[in-house]
Design a protein around this ligand. Structure first.
Ligand SMILES: [Zn+2]
Ligand SMILES: [Zn+2]
Length: 319
């Protein structure tokens, strides 16, 4: 009898742990998953920031060291950061020692504020241009955009930019864990860093890669640069790759599909450009060749823009 009672109690405990993931209703439940030795990722929704997802959409990463924790891209708002911190606590109650931000897009770093509030001595790292932009107009634009798209759910969010600059080739040690910085900008933006966790052979790609979701290339981006960065990332031969959005995996899922997509866009745009077609004509002509990507979130909104971005880049290199 006692055994049955204790079994029942442990079952209830398991259920209660399970049900304590961050519950965003129809959007889903979110919690950290182990993706490698001492490495966890909380895979965010693939949708754009909205009332329903509270602005949460990225993949916060967590690395456990002996005495503390290292966080990569804690999320999109003060309120989101507080939820991410609750989920981190379920994995470990060690203090957060360091944070890395992959790039300027606010969905990745506006939650810094929630971490800094609890851990004022935390070391925050980012590309020097990310730091400058975050402390300038760009930071405020992202705060406003998140508040507008979530109809006020992210209210109270303030810019807390990293204060420590890291760049291509830098090596950082945090409590015995080693990180290498890979930056080949311009790629997804002109502020991207990819963060290699040496001990586990995990690469945090930031938005240089996506899986099952398309993203925007803003005015600072280079699709040709992004292709080179993903070829370089593949050659690093990591055991786990964490895209900015979409599931973590080996390079064949977390890198190759998006890399192949960009290469195919490059090829069709080059042919169209040589045939003196306009970008919209190229789009109409080739869209049927991209059926394997048409179910990726955001494909229909972004495909024409991607053709246009690539067209402008190829045009520039032709002169
Ligand atoms: Zn981005
Ligand atoms: Zn993003």
């Amino acid at each position: 009898m006692l055994k049955i009672v204790s079994l029942f109690i442990s079952f209830c405990f398991m259920v209660s742990l399970e049900s304590h993931a961050w519950d965003l209703g129809e959007v889903g439940t979110f919690q950290f998953e182990k993706v490698n030795q001492n490495v966890y990722v909380m895979h965010g929704p693939l949708s754009e920031p909205s009332v329903a997802n509270h602005g949460f959409m990225n993949n916060p990463g967590l690395i456990i060291s002996d005495k503390g924790l290292i966080v990569i891209d804690p999320g999109s708002a003060y309120s989101v950061g507080k939820e991410v911190l609750k989920e981190i606590k379920k994995i470990s109650d060690k203090p957060i020692l360091a944070v890395f931000n992959t790039h300027i897009h606010g969905d990745h770093w506006l939650a810094n504020q929630a971490i800094k509030e609890i851990y004022p001595d935390v070391k925050m790292y980012g590309h020097p241009d990310m730091i400058t932009q975050a402390n300038g107009d760009e930071g405020l634009i992202w705060v406003d955009m998140m508040e507008r798209l979530t109809e006020g759910k992210t209210k109270g969010t303030k810019v807390v930019a990293p204060e420590l600059s890291v760049n291509q080739g830098d090596a950082i040690e945090v409590d015995g864990q080693h990180f290498r910085i890979h930056s080949m900008i311009p790629t997804h933006t002109n502020t991207d860093i990819m963060i290699e966790h040496v001990e586990s052979k995990t690469l945090f790609l930031g938005d240089n890669s996506f899986y099952l979701r398309m993203g925007r290339f803003d005015g600072s981006a280079s699709m040709l640069g992004n292709i080179k960065a993903l070829e370089y990332a593949t050659d690093l031969n990591m055991t786990a790759y964490v895209p900015g959005h979409g599931q973590t995996g080996k390079s064949d899922t977390a890198v190759k599909p998006f890399l192949d997509y960009m290469i195919r866009v490059k090829e069709v745009v080059q042919v169209g450009f040589d045939d003196e077609l306009q970008d919209f004509e190229i789009k109409e002509k080739v869209i049927g060749q991209f059926d394997d990507y048409k179910n990726w979130e955001g494909f229909s909104v972004n495909f024409g823009k991607h053709i246009n971005t690539m067209y402008l880049e190829i045009e520039k290199t032709a002169w």
